[in-house]
Ligand binder design. Structure first.
Ligand code: NAD
Length: 472
């Protein structure tokens, strides 16, 4: 069976329509939730290092304004087009709704292969893109707040911040115009690893549900689970790291150039360093190399985690997938056909639009930090430590026993910023997982977890629209 050609926005719409049947919203409201409100397409020139002039194509889509600001990453990729940013912006709307982050969805993209440009050229492109956004009021702490995505990171966010602030002198909340910034420039501790950590928390919560695990024929818990990760970028690297640190085994890692396999488990940091030096992960000591990167998707494992790009599991290979669970760390890694095939085969797909919401959740924490102009934990850390010390001292005095040093350090510890960010994220992902599962269990006609996630999202966005009373 071949994939029917859907563009990406159409596939999101298809999933939306499948779920909308399980809600009670009238057609007009459903239409409004589904449509992409605004798209800004731009072209601008930059001078390359060799003196030639190149015209760059870029986009920013704002899918929904039911809550503002809009929020969504910026990707640098040759595959960027209007359809892609619209689809990704729509996913952002649903994602934010599911994890109770009060933003509308947006997404930006610049159609370039960042590997073909020098850092100086990338800086010029990013700064010019930002000033185009400023000109059209498509960026700002109260209007639209970009973040990193495929091909971008802290460095690009720092350029965006600097360009925006230079154009808005004296704007007290300017720091909140972009998230995913370096900590020294208003970023929040824990943002870099947030998406991968959220993927881990989400999958762990599913693995802790005995009824779901029983159906899949797996033991509960993440310990000992055999994991395959596609894409050793920001999201894939951190997902692999947290699974390994919690007792799972990352048995294969796939990248552009191929994949590597080791049944005893791979250490993502060692693989990352090896790839940095050798420009390829193939030949990593102790592993078996697979020349065809896609083969890793068809290997036997408990949990397969695509963390690269769209449509990597499709009608051609969905029949060959031998994982019990697919955790969609990337956005849109499955085509609608693959979704149907996997659902019929009883493979549990944990859907992208909530599973990879860790980034936007912690971006929300970063934005709040920027608006409040104070680091998390600054006010309460010392107070909590003094109080805990006092309580512990009293307990020791009353019982005549002493607590060992390790426990004492743990109990007395007042929260640092990263502790609060991790715990806020953990709670968010656990709540979202439970809410989606509860929705799925409450209606046995809902075919899969993705549809249940959409139902939760549609209900939340629908409620916001209804509360806004914009439909007289
Ligand atoms: P990244 O650029 O840091 O990493 C992506 C990695 O995938 C790169 O190492 C690349 O070489 C690899 N890759 C590309 N094509 C591949 C292929 N065919 N096979 C194997 N590897 C391949 O990007 P990222 O930020 O980690 O984003 C990855 C995915 O996660 C994207 O779909 C993105 O939209 C999604 N996502 C990212 C964030 C975030 O906070 N960065 C948040 C939510 C969702």
């Amino acid at each position: 069976m071949a994939d029917k050609h859907y563009n990406f926005f159409e596939s999101v719409t298809k999933s939306f329509d499948k779920a909308a049947k399980f809600t009670n919203w009238e057609t007009g409201i459903l239409e409004q939730i589904k449509e992409c409100n605004s798209v800004f397409r731009m072209k601008f020139p930059i001078k390359r290092d060799d003196g030639s002039v190149e015209v760059i194509e870029a986009y920013r889509a704002q899918h929904s304004h039911h809550k503002t600001p809009c929020k969504g990453g910026i990707r640098f990729s040759e595959a960027v087009d209007q359809d892609e940013v619209m689809a990704l912006a729509a996913l952002m709307t649903y994602k934010c709704a599911i994890v109770n982050v009060p933003f509308g969805g947006a997404k930006g993209g610049i159609k370039i292969n960042p590997r073909e440009y020098s850092a100086f050229e990338l800086q010029k492109i990013t700064r010019r893109y930002t000033s185009e956004l400023v000109k059209k009021d498509f960026i700002g702490p109260g209007t639209d707040v970009p973040a990193p995505d495929y091909g971008t990171g802290e460095r690009e966010m720092a350029w965006i911040l600097d360009t925006y602030t230079a154009m808005h002198p004296g704007e007290v909340d300017a720091m909140g115009c972009v998230t995913g910034k370096p900590v020294a420039q208003g970023g929040v501790r824990g943002r870099k690893e947030a998406t991968g950590l959220g993927v881990f928390y989400g999958i762990r919560e599913v693995c802790n549900m005995p009824d779901i695990m029983e159906k899949l024929g797996l033991p509960t818990g993440v310990e000992g689970k055999r994991i395959i990760v596609q894409g050793l970028g920001n999201v894939g690297y951190h997902t692999a790291k947290f699974f390994r640190e919690h007792g799972a085994k990352v048995i294969a890692i796939a990248e552009f150039e191929g994949a590597i396999y080791n049944d005893d488990g791979l250490n993502e940091e060692e693989v990352f360093q090896y790839r940095k030096v050798n420009k390829s992960l193939l030949g990593f000591p102790g592993s078996t190399s697979l020349e065809k990167s896609g083969d890793a998707l068809e290997m036997e494992c408990d949990i397969l985690i695509p963390a690269a790009l769209e449509n990597v599991i499709n009608a051609d290979n969905a029949d060959k997938v031998r994982a019990k669970i697919i955790g969609e760390a990337a956005n849109g890694p499955l085509t609608p056909e693959a979704d149907d095939i996997l659902s019929k085969r009883g493979i549990l797909v944990i859907p992208d639009m909530y599973l990879n919401a860790g980034g936007v959740t912690v971006s929300y924490f970063e934005w709040l930090k920027n608006l409040s102009h104070v680091r998390y934990g600054r006010m309460e850390k010392r107070f909590t430590e003094n109080l805990n010390k006092h309580i512990l001292g009293q307990m020791e005095e009353l019982t005549g026993k002493t607590v060992n040093t390790r426990e004492k350090t743990l109990i007395e510890h007042g929260p640092d910023e990263v502790d609060l960010v991790y715990s806020g994220l953990e709670q968010t992902m656990i709540e979202a997982t439970r809410e989606i599962m509860a929705c799925w269990k409450a209606n046995d006609k809902i075919p899969d977890m993705r549809t249940a996630a959409y139902v939760v999202a549609i209900d939340k966005v629908g409620t916001s629209y209804a509360e806004l009373g914009i439909f007289p």
